[in-house]
Design a protein around this ligand. Sequence first.
Ligand code: PGA
Length: 265
Amino acid sequence: MPRACSEKLVIGNWKMYGNTAENQTRLDALVDKVRTHAGSVKIAVCVPYPYLAQAQTSLRASDIAWGTQDISSQQTGAYTGEVSACMAAEFGSSYTIVGHSERRAYHGETSEIIAMKARQALTAGITPVVCIGETLEEREADMTAKVVSTQLAEILGALSAAEARQIVLAYEPVWAIGTGRTASPAQAQEVHSHIRRHLIQHASELAGTPILYGGSVKAANSTALFSEQDIDGALVGGASLDAAEFAAICTTARQAVEAPNDLHG
Ligand code: PGA
């Protein structure tokens, strides 16, 4: 059954790039370039922790939200180096990425930890953007659907029905992240519709969960991605560091919502 796509969500993941001066230039340019996007596109940038206050100051009068790239699985306590969801919320964070494949790979994050992080975020009023996706080996072994289903089942199984209703998902094939090798729109759509079916089987009320695509999204490939039925937006890494490129992605997202027929030429 076709879904009415009434809104898209575009989130930038700055990763560990930037400094105060560079960020300011990027944030100011972003505010300037996406001024007219309010309504049909929600936009956010996930910045390194030390720059949350800078993002808050620079973006609070705009329609662009901000957030973090990770969050502690614990509420408070002796967890050296961790940042809690309540701390991020104090700086106005609306989103946090959880379970990014770089966190899974370099920090050994399991689905259990990722679900705990998502719960902490929700408790603090922050929307968790939960990342799932297969490696190249898994795709080549034809295991994509199975891997994604397992990751999803583990996370949904650890969340209450009310919590599950509030998450955003990001399908990020690991082989497409930072490689310049993006999934084709058809490849991405196939996995997104699989994820949608899995969500509906889990609970019909999860049909409207936003599912973002991430992995080498650029303005040039975003038009085709956004015109796929189950792609509700993008999680953008490298291209989010360039304000003009990121704004151009937001523009194609808006066109996909407001004038979808124009995208098909
Ligand atoms: P990329 O990163 O756009 O640079 O591939 C995406 C991500 O890691 O979220």
